[in-house]
Design a protein around this ligand. Structure first.
Ligand code: T1G
Length: 647
């Protein structure tokens, strides 16, 4: 099957690209398009060319798997220039996503028509690179510098409607795209053609504009290099001639392509795409999930409900008493109301999502549910009582999951009829926002149940990682080691604020101590106290000393740091130093990079132990857990990737 085919609709030629799965710009595809330009230019019958794609999407970009190899002709910038310079105008007909090189090809076309549910964008910075075929040079000429800066430095795609308003596309179409684009072509031929994008003028903003963008981008990038490099390309594009700007962009692209950051981001790209479809489950058909229920309407339960609702599932909330039902429903409503007031959804959408949740105290209401997730208090007896009810009332094939983060799911499932339908589903707070989902099967869990929960993860747009059973599963087990190591540095005399600053410098949004102050020190404390009460030997941590002194974090006005009432800015605390002075032996002085290296090495060492014990399948799984559940900087690739040469 050739990747490029040509059909005719009278004077309009239709060039169809068919290179599954996402029509990535492989060498064969570039060659096919290269030849199509010559063929159609030479054909006197052809007045215009519609470029359309088969399958799920328009051209989704360069072929990421070719990035490690030497570039092969025809090079993409040359192909885009050739389409742009064709004797007949080309019209890009976009469905799915026109991303990166795909959008660059579309900008080589004289017009762009997109279906309503299509998106366009320049995601290169998310891969640690900049556009390599005119993205930063043509976008400002097409839609102005401001739009171009947002598109190329954020990497976020725009919906067809927004892209149309911004001037990135010429028309939004509904129904049959080929027909719409052909009709558009005929209409366009009746009028004088616009200039090719490269020939259009660009208005260069003043120095202040670039200064402000730089400031905002450095802050948002948290150490990622590509967004600033993209901004430099855009400035060049606004201030230099087209050809010079193209050369500068290409040079930047080739320089970044072989960088450590690009390597790390490609690793994450492929890990994220592999995670939702594990090879072992490829042949196992999931059960359909059309309705769900959540037991427990606290912060976690409400977040899970919000995630399920956002994926379109009707949800039943079960609580013990009527007041708790009311509180739980209010928690859910608040999540959607906040989203509406932030403008991420309309008030009508928020209302519809809220109304799709029904509350009840009757487990009998769950007789038809396809999936039930328990999110009640972390207490084994409370959880067992819930599953006793679920065992009585749910369909024998309904998937039943516990959202425990520390308890052993094997103890929770004891006595449940049809235990093959049971497993742990560990969401991360806030559950409607955080992408990580740890999937924790018990020995009885069937492949079908596992397959169904991976399908659920895809539906919820989560990043699923299967974890074996151990204390803390993958993520919290590494967190525990990370915190202990951070406390270890403090015991040796490294100031608390220096540890946090070092980890921020590494790319985390927060260091380990300020993060604990935000979340509260008491949860981990109570858990350690529980273990102590059960007779386990759990040494006193520095955090325990603070909690015993009433310092539980921001909510008590102080934890590792002091906080003033109206400010969340951490201030180093003399009280803390007094409380901890007996534990601290000053002496060690470490620069920020050395602190970060030491702590990341600890994370990776725990990750390696987790792999050795078979708790996680691959180093990439551990990297995904840290990136999507714990704020590990994506551009570092995760702790396993970042330390691969050292391990
Ligand atoms: N190259 C190679 N393989 C790709 C690919 C790509 N660009 N995009 C996706 N795949 C594979 C993916 O690994 C998976 O494989 C399958 O396609 C389906 O993907 C010069 C420098 C288009 C929105 O960053 O955002 O252009 O696991 O599961 O949910 O300036 O794929 O089946 O074997 O994600 O329907 C810029 C990335 C490149 C686009 C579709 N482009 N892709 O989502 O499917 S840089 C991107 C996506 C560039 C130029 C430069 C999504 C999608 P497998 P999927 P989906």
């Amino acid at each position: 099957m050739p990747v490029v085919t040509i059909a005719r609709d009278q004077e309009i030629a239709v060039v169809t690209v068919d290179n599954p799965p996402v029509n990535a710009l492989s060498q064969a595809l570039r060659q096919g398009l290269w030849e199509a330009v010559a063929t159609l230019d030479a054909d006197p019958q052809v007045a215009a060319v519609v470029l359309i794609c088969a399958g799920r999407t328009f051209i989704a970009g360069a072929d990421v798997s070719e990035f490690g190899k030497p570039p092969m002709e025809p090079h993409l910038p040359d192909l885009v220039a050739r389409i742009e310079g064709a004797a007949k105008p080309w019209i890009a007909a976009i469905h799915g996503s026109a991303l990166g090189g795909g959008f660059e090809v579309a900008m080589g076309c004289r017009f762009r028509v997109a279906l309503t549910d299509a998106t366009v964008g320049l995601p290169e910075v998310t891969l640690g690179i900049v556009p390599g075929a005119g993205g930063t040079v043509r976008t400002p000429r097409l839609a102005g510098v401001e739009v171009a800066v947002d598109l190329a430095t954020s990497g976020k795609p725009l919906s067809a409607e927004k892209a149309h308003n911004a001037g990135l596309i010429d028309a939004v179409a509904q129904g049959d795209l080929r027909e719409a684009a052909t009709a558009f072509a005929r209409m366009a031929l009746a009028k004088p053609l616009p200039q090719p994008v490269s020939a259009r003028p660009v208005v260069a903003p003043g120095a202040q504009f670039w200064f402000e963008k730089e400031k905002a981008i450095v802050k948002a990038a948290k150490g990622a290099a590509a967004p600033m490099r993209a901004l430099a390309c855009l400035r060049y594009a606004a201030e230099a001639a087209f050809g010079e700007a193209m050369a500068y962009e290409r040079e930047t692209f080739l320089d970044l392509r072989g960088s450590e950051q690009a390597d790390a981001l490609r690793h994450v790209f492929f890990a994220e795409r592999a995670a939702p479809r594990p090879a072992a489950l490829r042949e196992v058909e999931p059960q359909p999930i059309r309705s769900a229920a959540v037991v427990g309407g606290g912060t976690m339960g409400a977040g899970i409900i919000a995630a399920l609702r956002a994926a379109g599932l009707p949800v039943i909330l079960i609580e013990r008493e009527d007041e708790a039902v009311t509180r739980g429903l209010a928690n859910v409503a608040q999540i959607f109301d906040r989203a509406a007031s932030r403008g991420t959804m309309s008030a009508a959408q928020a209302q519809a999502l809220t109304e799709g949740v029904t509350g009840s105290t009757e487990y009998a209401r769950l007789s038809k549910a396809d999936l039930v997730i328990e999110a009640v208090f972390e207490d084994i007896e409370v959880k067992r009582a819930v599953f006793a009810q679920l065992g009585r009332h749910c369909r024998p094939d309904a998937v039943l999951a516990t959202n425990t983060s520390y308890l052993d799911p094997r103890l929770i499932v004891e006595g449940l009829p049809n235990p093959e339908r049971f497993l742990g589903l560990h969401f991360f707070s806030p559950a409607n926002v955080m992408k990580l989902l740890e999937i924790v099967p018990v020995p009885e869990t069937s492949a079908r149940t596992l397959s169904t929960t991976f399908a659920l993860a895809r539906l919820l747009k989560k990043v699923p990682v299967q974890a074996g059973i151990c204390e803390g599963f993958i993520g919290n087990r590494i967190l525990k080691r990370y915190r202990a190591a951070a406390e270890g540095l403090v015991r040796q005399g490294v100031p608390i604020a220096e540890v946090d600053a070092a980890m921020r410098g590494y790319g985390f949004a927060m260091g380990p101590f300020e993060a604990q102050d935000l979340g509260g020190l008491d949860i981990a404390f109570l858990q350690r106290e529980g273990a102590r009460a059960a007779g386990q030997l759990v040494p006193e941590t520095l955090g325990d000393i603070l909690v015993r002194a009433g310092r539980k974090g921001q909510k008590t006005g102080g934890g590792w740091y002091d906080y003033t009432l109206d400010e969340r800015r951490p201030v180093p605390s003399a009280t803390v130093m007094e409380l901890l002075c007996a534990e601290i032996t000053p002496g060690v002085e470490l620069a920020h990079p050395a602190i970060a290296t030491a702590l990341v090495n600890e994370m990776a060492a725990e990750g390696q132990a987790i792999l050795d014990e078979g708790i996680a399948d691959t180093p990439a799984d551990i990297d995904l857990v840290e990136i999507h559940g714990y704020g590990f900087p994506r551009w570092r690739g995760g702790p396993m990737f970042a330390t691969r040469a050292r391990r």
